[in-house]
Design a protein around this ligand. Structure first.
Ligand code: ADP
Ligand code: MG
Length: 472
């Protein structure tokens, strides 16, 4: 019997359908759309994937799920073999191939929202004077980290002033607060001709207020803010230590609240952590819906960059996008900045963006310590998990070989990934001396030279820790 007599494609297709219902839409389009049934032999299915990175990720995350699903469907034990098909492989059909070649960037890539075209058919008003045009829901990528906030924002935009009022969106720098709150503004502006939308930063509200007192134009100030139908105030943490502005905002709030006008605020921390905020204003903010934005997962970061590239109509190899996503993990603004820097460079020197070019150009960005919020705890937990022990054991007194080796690995990684000195690392590991830490690092380094499996293991752990760091 020659090739072709083994065909499990029916089970494969069926399995994909099942899995689609089990993982998030984003995960599915990220990892499964670009995987393809290739052929089969005996009890093995050969699956094509666009890159080795991709293969390793899929194996690590989904191999069990896929094999289990196939088993459930076929009743027999089918195993998977992955084939990396670089250029123009049949895998490419769905959503872009993994090759580094320049290609037109269509709308098909990774995107899970299909709303792009709809907006174009509708009548579009000229841009709102104080809102940035590109801050729209269409341009906002929704992931696990922000879906609650994004859905709340969209619900508010549909029915301003009725449900979630006020709404407070909080989260760290560069996670999309301004983008979301302005998306509400832009959407309401397009949908409701007769509603007055006021967007300000807390800082300009404050300046406005001070100026209105100085110029004796408090009535104009009141008119501007108290007759808004939708008031959007960005960065209310700026209220700290400004009692008069707090007082004024309190009255503005009450006026709008009593007439069912929509208010949305953003803040870089939960309201409870704003210092020197009067109780009555605090309770006003807490009265409504409070939603937070978390750092994005790898998939979301990837989708954000994809989206940005789509709009910029330039070609960047997927491996470069992966590189950026793996190295810039905690802040979308920095993620975009890395991409912009690359594009600018490619433009100036008229060069394609290869992996090497990217590594070289983004060295400093990647090295910046603020990129990671890696804690010792995350390192210890990840390493302990991997070696099937507890972090308590890792930090404990025992010095048996089984524990000593993982401990050395963890110390080595701690020195690689954090700014901790050997003394500080020692303290985090059950109060050990800094020479112990030095010794551990030397041991691991020399072992990596002789044991070819150790380096990939360490790299794997580092990647896992980075991923954890983005979740925490
Ligand atoms: P913040 O106000 O929280 O500091 P911004 O709203 O200014 O953050 O976001 C920083 C940048 O990241 C902006 O350019 C924004 O468009 C982009 N951004 C943030 N989150 C997303 C997302 N989920 N999808 C697309 N772009 C995003
Ligand atoms: Mg902002």
């Amino acid at each position: 019997m020659s090739g072709g007599s083994w065909d499990y494609s029916v089970f494969w297709n069926e399995a994909m359908k099942h899995i689609e219902t089990e993982v998030s839409e984003q995960e599915f389009s990220m990892w499964f759309n670009r995987m393809g049934y290739s052929h089969a032999a005996e009890s093995t299915i050969f699956v094509s994937v666009p890159s080795s990175f991709y293969r390793d990720q899929v194996k690590q995350r989904y191999l069990n799920l896929i094999e289990q699903t196939l088993h459930d469907l076929s009743g027999s034990q089918l195993t998977l073999e992955f084939e990396v098909k670089k250029v123009g492989g049949e895998v490419a059909a769905e959503s872009g191939n993994g090759s580094g070649a320049k290609r037109p960037t269509g709308r098909s890539a990774a995107g899970s929202e299909g709303g792009v075209k709809v907006a174009e058919q509708k009548r579009v008003r000229r841009p709102h004077p104080t809102l940035r045009e590109e801050y729209t829901f269409e341009n906002f990528v929704v992931g696990h980290n922000n879906s609650f906030a994004a859905n709340a924002a969209m619900a508010i935009a549909k029915n301003p002033g009725t449900g979630y009022n006020p709404c407070l969106i909080y989260g760290g720098v560069g996670l999309g607060k301004t983008h979301l709150v302005q998306s509400i503004g832009n959407s309401v502006y397009q949908e409701f001709d007769n509603l007055k939308i006021v967007y300000v930063t807390m800082e300009s509200f404050t300046n406005d207020f001070i100026q209105s007192i100085r110029e004796k134009k408090t009535q104009a100030f009141k008119t501007k803010y108290r007759y808004a139908d939708v008031l959007l105030i960005d960065d209310i943490h700026f209220l700290q230590k400004k009692p008069e502005t707090q007082e004024e905002l309190f009255h503005t709030f009450n006026a709008l609240y009593d007439s069912n006008k929509q208010m949305v605020f953003t803040c870089d921390r939960p309201v409870s952590e704003i210092r020197d905020l009067t109780d009555r204003l605090r309770s006003r903010f807490e009265r409504g819906l409070n939603v937070d934005l978390q750092p994005p997962s790898f998939e979301t970061r990837f989708a954000i960059l994809k989206k940005k590239i789509e709009r910029a109509t330039i070609a960047i190899p997927e491996e470069v996008i992966e590189l950026i996503c793996n190295n810039v993990t905690t802040n979308v603004r920095d993620l975009e900045a890395a991409l912009t820097k690359l594009i600018a460079y490619a433009d100036l020197v008229d060069k394609d963006i290869s992996l090497d070019v990217a590594r070289n150009q983004l060295k400093d960005v990647f090295a910046s310590p603020k990129q990671n919020n890696i804690t010792m705890d995350v390192i210890q937990r990840t390493v302990a998990d991997y070696f099937n022990m507890s972090s308590q054991e890792l930090k404990g007194k025992k010095r048996t070989k089984v524990i000593a080796f993982p401990r050395q690995v963890a110390m080595f990684i701690a020195r690689e990934m954090t700014e901790y000195s050997t003394t500080e690392v020692g303290l985090e590991f059950g109060g050990r001396d800094h020479t112990t830490v030095m010794h551990a690092c030397q041991r691991i380094e020399s072992r990596m030279r002789t044991d070819p499996t150790l380096e990939p293991t360490v790299q794997f752990l580092i990647r896992q820790i980075k991923e954890q760091g983005t979740k925490s």
